[in-house]
Design a protein around this ligand. Sequence first.
Ligand code: ZN
Length: 369
Amino acid sequence: MYFKDILGQDRIKQELLLQYKEGRVAHTQLFCSAKGVGAFELALAYARYLNCEHPGASDSCRVCPSCIKFNKLIHPDLHFIFPVIKAKICDDYLADWRRFVLSTPYFTLEQWLNYIQAENAQGIIYAKESESLLEKLSFKSSQGKYKTTIIWLPEKMHTVCANKLLKLFEEPPKNTIFILVSQEPELLLPTILSRTQRIDIPKLKSEEIAGYLQQNYGIDPTLSKSIAHISEGSLNKALAEIQLNEDKSLFLELFINIMRNAYAKKVKEIKAWSEQVAALGREKQKQLLTYCQYMIRENFIYNIQKPELNYMNDEEKRFSKNFSPFINERNIINIMKEFNRAQQHIEQNANAKMVFFDLALKLIVQIKQ
Ligand SMILES: [Zn+2]
């Protein structure tokens, strides 16, 4: 992550560069922001810049040994502290963490916990993390520049850990920098707040997000503007919205496909459809079944002509105009039951190909009612 890779935030980048140029890099900094605006990414680009052997006016050099090591997050003077689970320390998750950070731009805690399959476990920075960090920082800086520790979500720190680090935050060893990246600074101990230099990182501008979506995802201007509008200055939200949009189009296509083939009793096509759906993976299959139930419900409402109760988008309405007469009081309950049963079977890890094929065969009967 370089400064140039970070969307917007020009004022913050200038402020950080200026700190460096004027030789007043604060040893303990607190970056505060909402989710998905690039605070962690800024911390990472800044850490890279501080250690770059030939830093330019506005970014790191890209080619020095330090920059090369930063590409893989394996620089020996770069340390991370982040929430983990099962009372472990960050070192136990370091390989996962590096892979995750390098592959997930503008990530959230939920995404990280999902990545390490935390299920319902809460992410915590446990008490013993402080000992691990103290040990790492007791070695001399291996490259002679800065030793940087990025603490992502310090509000998740156990109080014992936070208290042990206080002294370090106040008087760190020479050339040691801490960057705390917080989303809920109001949860931090006042003793931490008073020892850090706070930088508030603003939300992204709507036009910045729209431009990013057009450039990086080839999304057309109208859609990118509407996504940017509902993402409230968070690139993470915007990216999640794109995913949702893509899934929805696929789900609609699959829904149309199965309803047409069930109506036409095209068993060969139905079999191909079950295979296509089986290849999607369990999570997507569950979402598809939920989506199909939504479409059935919407079509029933469409059919009884209650447009004010309809939530379909234009694409969905276009199909429903002709399809809705096939969903009526004679079959809606049974069709919903079949989708519901399929959902239960998928949740119980039944063979997906069989579940979807079976479901489609039952739809052949129901759709004619
Ligand atoms: Zn460099």
